[in-house]
Design a protein around this ligand. Structure first.
Ligand SMILES: [Fe+2]
Length: 257
């Protein structure tokens, strides 16, 4: 089969089968959710994120920070659980939900939000402690991008105060749309994968996006204990550390599995 024909078939399958089925299966299910959970679900769906400032008090956050550090110490030599990206200034320690002290964050209440956002079927597939902050180190995640054409629901907990100099998460509010430019990017993602831009925006595309008066770039600077709920179909990016100060966070990721 020629490459061109394969692309046409892939395009047709995505547009007429995969995408419509996915949209139907992942329609938000509000059933049984309380007021806070509904607010999160609505905000994330509408503008891409919800920030719960200082959701956890100082004491609880400190306990989780101490536990996360112990977790990193214990898993540092484990190739499967410690993902080191020194070129990007990022260290990740997986399976953080194994530690009981982190259960306030890796909890059923947040899992319900993740499940509901994905039509009641979402499950947590990753729980990690991440340390980011080597001075001047950047990765492709620091370029504006979407993670996938599918919903990728993520919850982050800042374990330390995060300001503009220590790697705030950046989200482009209201940046998910079904306009032709976005559809084109998603199609490229499906057809070319990592051989294409893979959801990343070049400077001109970012400027074009920000020409839309509804789209606002938000640098999520917040105190320790703050929780951010995100749909990473919306354009977002990381930030490099300006002076080498770290950002410490827990991440909980949801998908259909
Ligand atoms: Fe991302």
């Amino acid at each position: 089969m020629s490459t061109q024909l394969r692309s046409i078939l892939k395009h047709a399958k995505h547009s007429f089968w995969d995408e419509p089925r996915y949209i139907k299966n992942t329609k938000i299910d509000f059933e049984g959710r309380d007021e806070f959970q509904k607010n999160v679900l609505e905000a994330v769906n509408e503008k891409g994120y919800y920030l719960a400032s200082e959701y956890f008090d100082k004491e609880t956050t400190q306990i989780m920070l101490d536990a996360a550090k112990k977790h990193s110490g214990k898993t540092a030599q484990d190739d499967k659980l410690h993902l080191s990206f020194p070129d990007y200034g990022v260290e990740r320690y997986l399976a953080a939900d194994r530690r009981n002290e982190l259960s306030p964050f890796f909890c059923e209440y947040f899992d319900e939000i993740g499940a509901s956002y994905l039509g009641g079927h979402g499950t947590r597939y990753q729980s990690m402690f991440e340390v980011k902050g080597t001075i001047g180190k950047r990765s492709s995640a620091d370029i504006p991008h979407f993670d996938d054409w599918r919903k990728r629901f993520k919850i982050f907990l800042y374990l330390n105060d995060v300001g503009k100099e220590n790697c705030p998460f950046v989200i482009y509010e209201n940046s998910y749309s079904r306009d032709p430019a976005r559809k084109h990017k998603e199609l490229e993602y499906v057809l070319s994968g990592k051989n294409g831009s893979y959801g990343h925006l070049c400077s001109n595309e970012e400027l074009k996006l920000l020409e839309n008066p509804r789209v606002t770039k938000i640098s999520v600077e917040a105190k320790a204990g703050s929780v951010i709920f995100v749909d990473t179909r919306f354009i977002h990016r990381g930030t490099a550390s300006i002076k080498g100060d770290n950002r410490l966070l827990l991440g909980s990721y949801f998908d259909l599995r």
